[in-house]
Design a binder for this molecule. Sequence first.
Ligand SMILES: [Zn+2]
Length: 393
Amino acid sequence: MTTTGREPLLSRNGQAVLAAVRARPRCSRADVARATGLSTSAVSMLVSTLISAGLLVELGVNHSAGGGRPSVSLGVAPEAGSLIGIHIGHAGLRVVLTALDGTLLAEQLHALDVDHEPAASLDRMASSTAALLADGIVDPTRILGAGVAVSAPVIDARSLGSPPMLLDWGGVDIGGILTERLGLPVHLGNDATLGALAEWRLGAGAGVDDLVYVMLGDGVGSGLVLGGRLHTGSSGTAGELGHLPVVSDGKICRCGARGCLETLVSKRALVAALAHTLGASASVEALLDLAEAGDRGATRLLGDAGRVLGTALAGVCTVTDPRLVVVGGDLTARPDTSDVLLEAARHALEAALPPVANHGVRIVRAALGARAEALGAALLAGTRTGAGLAPIR
Ligand SMILES: [Zn+2]
């Protein structure tokens, strides 16, 4: 997406080098040359310029095990710039301001009927961003970009997949409008994919290069990190776990298919199941309150959801062979009740995994909570800055 309203801080190649180091902490100049396709001499010059500008730092000398020439590892100076991350959920917006390494600096939350109010939501995103920048926490001229996490498939990092899950957002050019309103490069990503990015870089999956992140919210999303890269698929829709068919004669899903995982495991599915006993007062909060108090029906509901999830994950794990499954989203917001769900999922996964694919994959609770997707959006902006639409690494 093109930038309007503000000159870029760096040359395109300078931005590409910065993005390469951002994506590979502790990499060497040779690593940057390989990643960017620039010559080693060009990279050396650009790195010197970026160090002089206070954007990059040298972290130390790496001695290779084979006795080759030592190399100097590079890192992005955390104070070199800042990022904006925005999560457009179904029930509200979260806008975060972070350092380049994803450290949270400030945050704003807004309850809003996002599904039905695209214009008001876009206004709020712009005013929230302006308010965060007006607080004086960071130098507003050093905001390098904004990322936006949306509850919809994102095709080619620009447009929402069809049919959009955000009900009234079909045809709304979120990236284009926000690029103009914010005066920043804006990059879109699927919220579960960006949750995976944040948990991988900053959360429960730190240091694990093969993981599946599952977001249990209004729907069920997932993001895949395979071989140290975010995997978004050939058209950007990889990880639509919620629409995996699990019951041949199940309920019709909002996507139009029958028996999808999210007809059994999402927040709305569990609240609907609880409505039989609680009526109109059924809600996720009521479900978690009851489960915390030891209510048998609520505990059973969470356990059943965990079992269905674990069985579905057996298929995902058989195909992708991850070391870790990180489960986040509203349904895992409370430690005690998430234990019920996750323990059932662990047992079901273990029972359903074929021996050939059973390598001790672990299921853990996400560490970043409801903030993961917004932080992932900020990290996306940091990774993409200057790197155009190159794959997220
Ligand atoms: Zn579906």
